[in-house]
Ligand binder design. Structure first.
Ligand SMILES: [Zn+2]
Length: 400
């Protein structure tokens, strides 16, 4: 027995000696964490989200950890409460492809993930990251690959960064008859899933799918993968930030340049009689396990607007089938939802465009086993199918 104990001690000390110290860093695009403690011996990293409160809800975290012994199990203990602690964290061994950890173990406001890591460096995050660099790369790649897509800069942010965007149209229907669609993500920087849904949508839109081709030939589509580029780049949450949440900034005098530029782009199409559909992509609350739409209050809508909204939602219900399956009910964000309800994007769009226009927010669930890059992109493709179906129904026709 004594020899056995001695052998065990020797083994234990040799493992400790061969394991490098874990080094946790956030000094990269989108990186964010308050590193509370690193227990080198037990390989436990304790963090909580690192954003500044004035830059929005403190719920986004994204770290790089170096010094692992490939094959070892790392313990990641995350604080920050319900918005910061998904049931499953996202991780990567190359910083590009993202998968979920096993379900973590909750303890009060914290959650503990145990992940076997087959690399010396791993990245962990609240959800699959999608940074401004990813947004630029996506727009440039699609513009290069598709003759129907054009990459452009929507605006420069207040901190001087470009806000990349895409415009997609294929020769077909005459310009005056073309439908106008504006789709955008990340008014709330931490809601990274919105950008992945958008990526799934645009990749579908430039694909060989006959429905996508029909949509390209009958519409002009603008896509903005990240509205709040500065907070996304700097790892802040963005929601309820000071002085203004992007999605409470849709007024006659917007503070944020991306909001101002989006309003101008939508307004220009609408004045020409060529605007039809607005979709704002978000992630909802932790317990919203199915995607759903926020819709404008019914009293903002004309008869034609109500008919069109019902037709669009019905098409979405047909197409967004899962595994992230669209919920049966929509939610309304009107006066009872927020005192600044008129300054929410889709409500502003509804009040400032023609009465046939449909404007919605799509909230795609982030706290499910399907809230992965694949799951999100699938929702985006299904949204595309729904839009193609909806535009078949002549939304500009007057109500009898
Ligand atoms: Zn949001």
């Amino acid at each position: 027995m004594r020899h056995g104990v001695l052998a065990l001690l020797l083994v234990a000390s040799s493992v400790a000696a061969s394991a490098a110290d874990l080094v946790v860093s956030t000094d990269f695009e989108g990186g964010s964490a308050d590193v509370e403690a690193v227990d080198q011996e037990n390989r436990v990293v304790r963090i909580s989200p690192g954003g500044q409160r004035k830059r929005g809800w403190v719920c986004w975290w994204y770290v790089r950890i170096d010094g692992l012994v490939p094959g070892e199990t790392l313990v990641l203990d995350v604080g920050g409460g319900v918005w910061a602690t998904p049931d499953r964290a996202t991780f990567s061994t190359d910083g590009k492809t993202w998968q979920q950890t096993e379900r973590g173990k909750r303890a009060g406001q914290r959650i503990v993930f145990r992940q076997k890591c087959d690399a010396e460096t791993v990245w962990f995050a609240w959800g699959p990251p999608f940074t401004p660099t990813d947004a630029t790369a996506l727009c440039e790649r699609i513009a290069e690959e598709s003759p129907h897509a054009e990459s452009f800069v929507l605006c420069k942010t207040r901190r001087g960064r470009p806000t990349p965007a895409l415009r997609i149209r294929q020769d077909g229907v005459a310009n005056e008859e073309r439908y106008g669609l504006w789709i955008q993500a990340r008014q709330h920087a931490w809601e990274s899933g919105g950008s992945w849904v958008g990526r799934g949508f645009v990749e579908w839109l430039v694909s060989d799918d006959p429905d996508a081709e029909r949509l390209r030939k009958s519409a002009v589509v603008t896509f903005v993968p990240i509205m709040d580029v500065d907070n996304t780049a700097e790892g802040h949450g963005g929601k309820n930030q000071s002085p203004q949440d992007h999605n409470r900034d849709w007024t006659d005098q917007p503070y944020w340049r991306a909001v101002e530029a989006a309003q101008a782009g939508i307004g220009k199409l609408d004045v020409a009689g060529r605007f039809d559909l607005f979709v704002d992509l978000h992630n909802p609350g932790a317990n919203d396990r199915r995607p759903f739409f926020y819709t404008p209050p019914a009293d903002l809508l004309s008869k034609r607007g109500q008919r069109n909204l019902a037709a669009f939602v019905a098409a979405a219900k047909e197409e967004i089938v899962g595994p992230l399956e669209l919920a049966d009910k929509q939610r309304v964000s009107g006066a009872g939802y927020d005192k600044a309800w008129r300054a929410i994007s889709k409500n502003w769009v509804t009040e400032h465009t023609r009465d046939h226009v449909v404007a919605v927010t799509l909230e795609t669930s982030w706290n499910t086993p399907h809230s992965t890059t694949d799951g999100y992109q699938r929702v985006g493709r299904e949204l595309g199918e729904a839009i193609a179906t909806y535009f078949e129904q002549s939304p500009r026709t007057p109500v009898e």
